[in-house]
Design a protein around this ligand. Sequence first.
Ligand SMILES: Cc1cc2nc3c(=O)[nH]c(=O)nc-3n(C[C@H](O)[C@H](O)[C@H](O)COP(=O)(O)OP(=O)(O)OC[C@H]3O[C@@H](n4cnc5c(N)ncnc54)[C@H](O)[C@@H]3O)c2cc1C
Length: 454
Amino acid sequence: MPAKPTITLIGSGLVGLLLAIELQKRGFPVRLFERRPDMRRVTISAGRSINLALSVRGIYALQQAGLWEEMQKIIIPMRGRMMHSVAGQLTFQRYGKDDSEAINSISRAELNIALMNAAEARGVRIEFNQRCTGYDMRSGKVSLRNEETGEERGVDSEVVIATDGSASAIRTEMLKLPRFNFSQQYLDYGYKELTIPAGLDGNFLLEPGALHIWPRGSFMLIALPNIDGTFACIFFLPFEGRNSFASLDTNDKVRAFFEKHFTDALRLMPNFIENYTSNPVGAMVTIKCSPWHQEGRALLLGDSAHAIVPFFGQGLNCAFEDISIFLELLDRRGPDWPNLLPEFERARKENTDAIADLALENFIEMRDRVADPRFLFRKKAELALEAKFPDRFIPKYAMVSFHRLPYSLAAARGRIQDRMLSELCDGIDRIEDLDWNKAETLVTRDLTLLEVGR
Ligand SMILES: Cc1cc2nc3c(=O)[nH]c(=O)nc-3n(C[C@H](O)[C@H](O)[C@H](O)COP(=O)(O)OP(=O)(O)OC[C@H]3O[C@@H](n4cnc5c(N)ncnc54)[C@H](O)[C@@H]3O)c2cc1C
């Protein structure tokens, strides 16, 4: 048997690490280069968003790698959304049909560290402070700069996989090639991370089994629980305009804004102003590009191929699903890179485009519609329809978060179901008043039977 080629991965974020573990397991020597220092030894910001919501696609990839059990120690299941009104009134709304349908809050830094430890325990060598500064598609040489010493070097590589996130250096090289398609769309909104500390005895100051949302129309605050009793909050606000990061230009204005719109949350943040002023405002972008591969030896995977906005909690789940699909193809076909890489993109592209669009749609839903009683009633109706027609009607949120149906299928069925819900729910506000005969006609006429993959 010829020796397996060495695979060079650029970026030891969550995706690079999980992929390295899986490739190493399959006998491929892996080299992993990361521009940042080792976060286990140096205190650095974990990067964008301190917490992530992991759902079935991400969990499946971790299960396949034999790592999900180990993650139980660092996750907190969130069974639904807890909406906070301006007056401080709470409304809980389940995400799924029962407690088994939950999304899981996990700290990005904890997950990163757990994956680094797991990768090294399995023999993966991570080289830190190594920034990729270029890549020659023809020769396969990766250029690296040591971020501590400034030393430059080139590394020959048979296969390079870019797991270096939304500002990928390898993708920047691909941009120079003819007929490379690329689009990036920034939101007018930015985000800022804030923290609700734990209570005096380490207890949670809000209900831990929920994702908390303060929906306020053109802006919102969310909070996800951490295992240490704290909540990681993200405040979303337009960059410019009347209520915006630009207009909140003094500490007094910031405090007054929070006192007016997020009174109950502000009470739980004793270090609010320090927190607010020391954290930067992040931007959110949707990136689509193609092809994801070049010369049968370079591939974009995860955020480097398709960055999406965070409002469906799917960026990482989608990127981990990339890994599952890539490995299924690799296991089936072997390392036939010139055919495998295009096949991988064909299997994924319409799905990653679909979740990018769904994530943008969900922004409106989260910041605005979750506060609307009509929306809440439609959510109840969705669950009732699912209970009655479980192999045909699955709410869109559940198709994306609790099932491994292709995203493009979830989006297409979601559009049909939205129309159906409008027909069934308009003019009524009690589940008992649903017209079940009409529901049966619509469901059997418009929705084919589903083979539900979990
Ligand atoms: C506010 C916010 C909230 C989010 N919430 C969720 C959520 O709830 N659920 C979810 O599934 N997803 C969420 N996401 C999306 C998720 O963060 C990303 O999809 C995920 O981190 C992508 O992983 P990645 O490994 O591809 O890229 P990254 O996490 O960006 O990792 C890239 C790695 O490459 C390194 N690197 C970059 N450039 C170079 C270079 N030139 N040379 C060497 N190394 C390099 C970086 O240092 C980093 O370690 C959220 C994103 C944001 C912004």
